[in-house]
Design a protein around this ligand. Structure first.
Ligand code: PNS
Length: 170
């Protein structure tokens, strides 16, 4: 077992789009670790047809969001395709942080953590509880609400809301 203190962690996700729930996890992770890399997964096979927003759009929304919320210090953004554990090894991260909102997340995350451990046992899986302030926000709920013309301003930063507003203009 390595006795290295964990300093650099990855907060991975599809971020389709990033929500205030994700950003809360990122901000709290930065309070615990000095270097945080947000890993934006290509997730090309997710939900059959892949993410709604392109990898570039999702990455750009994250860039603007961390600046808007002033949580960009010590936080980098890195798009990736392939395995999360390969990303961790490439950038020298020794932990992965994920947010948990409900028991359903736990079951899924347990499976992922188990697989990731088998792929790279030196990379620690760390979990933080979603803040009750944000409740159970999900990117798919945000997209659905936005497509139906609902107000999403309490779920996403202003820069993401502006992008979502254009969905209905198209
Ligand atoms: O926001 P999401 O879609 O719940 O994030 C899931 C994500 C991107 C963290 C997960 O799918 C992932 O790690 N993808 C990278 C590919 C990989 O490493 N798969 C094996 C781990 S189960």
């Amino acid at each position: 077992m390595s006795d290295t203190i964990i300093r650099h962690v990855v907060v991975p996700g599809t971020f389709d789009p990033v929500t205030l729930g994700h950003l809360d996890v990122i901000a709290r992770t930065r309070r615990m670790f000095s270097q945080v890399t947000i890993g934006v997964a290509a997730s090309l096979t997710k939900n059959g047809s892949g993410p709604h927003f392109s990898l570039e759009e999702r990455t750009q929304m994250l860039r603007e969001s961390i600046v808007e919320l002033r949580i960009d210090k010590g936080v980098e953004i890195r798009p990736f395709s392939g395995l999360l554990m390969d990303l961790c090894r490439t950038i020298g991260a020794d932990g992965v942080v994920k947010g948990l909102r409900a028991m359903t997340d736990f079951e899924y995350e347990l499976q992922q953590a188990d697989l990731n451990y088998r792929l790279a046992p030196e990379v620690e899986s760390i979990f933080v509880m979603g803040s009750p302030r944000h409740g159970y926000i999900s990117s798919s709920i945000v997209r659905e609400l936005a497509l139906m013309g609902g107000d999403v301003s309490f779920l996403v930063p202003a820069c993401v809301k502006r992008r979502l507003d254009t969905l209905n203009e198209a």
